[in-house]
Design a protein around this ligand. Structure first.
Ligand SMILES: [Zn+2]
Ligand SMILES: [Zn+2]
Length: 233
């Protein structure tokens, strides 16, 4: 199934050949340490077949037209499936994204992620909120963005803020969110940076419910490119 311009596979379709992908990376366009060309070259060197740069964006960001043109010129020369899109913050429990319509249209893919948490009229860092409230909010924001953007988004690092702040996220919340991904055609991302501690649990749940799956390292430098796997090694 195509999401924007990219075909994703369902979990049970992954095999050693088709899973050499890394669909979540950052560059010097935002907070990454290496250029787009350096990340692409590293992915080719590592033998990947398909990658995406998914840069942070906000609704007011105006850098993206230059970013997309750089990606297009690299794409013409690169010997790899190369896509370019954005990682957008989920703004609230209504599932609104912090990205303009124009940027959304210009992208090959959109990763929607919980980052800072709307709480009592302001945005808080995950550690400023109790574990229970944080998990509940992260679950609610994830489910609402999936429902509101049917067939259009990859859910980035599910449970990632709870994992980053407290080292865990409830198994039944992962399950609830994966079931929503199946119902509303969202792609569930296995994000190496946040999910490597949950490889076995997520593998079992994803095989059980069989949503579309993306795999990403969330690399911010070349050393992390292609750190992604639980299905391909
Ligand atoms: Zn993120
Ligand atoms: Zn990211």
């Amino acid at each position: 199934m195509a999401y924007m311009n990219v075909d994703f596979l369902k979990m049970r379709e992954f095999n050693a050949l088709n899973s050499r992908i890394d669909m979540h990376m950052h560059t010097t366009w935002t907070d990454g340490k290496n250029s787009m060309q350096e990340m692409v070259s590293k992915a080719i060197e590592n033998g990947l077949s398909q990658i995406a740069i998914t840069e942070h964006i906000r609704e007011q960001s105006d850098y993206y037209t230059d970013y997309i043109s750089e990606a297009q010129s690299i794409k013409k020369k690169a010997n790899i499936g190369f896509f370019c899109g954005f990682e957008s913050k989920i703004k609230n429990v209504l599932g609104d994204l912090d990205i303009s319509e124009a940027a959304m249209k210009a992208a090959d893919i959109i990763v929607a992620s919980v980052h800072r948490i709307p709480y009592g009229g302001e945005y808080l860092y995950p550690k400023e909120i109790s574990y229970d409230d944080l998990c509940d909010l992260e679950r609610e924001m994830s489910i609402s963005v999936i429902r509101k953007n049917e067939g259009k988004i990859i859910l980035g690092h599910c449970g990632g803020m709870s994992i980053a702040a407290y080292g865990r996220f409830p198994e039944d919340y992962f399950r609830d969110i994966i079931i929503e991904c199946v119902k509303y055609n969202a792609v569930f991302e296995f994000n190496y940076k946040y999910h490597h501690i949950y490889e076995n649990l997520l593998k079992d749940l994803l095989l059980e419910f069989n949503p579309y799956v993306s795999v990403g390292s969330d690399a911010h430098d070349v050393g992390m490119v292609s750190k992604r796997s639980f299905i391909n090694e």
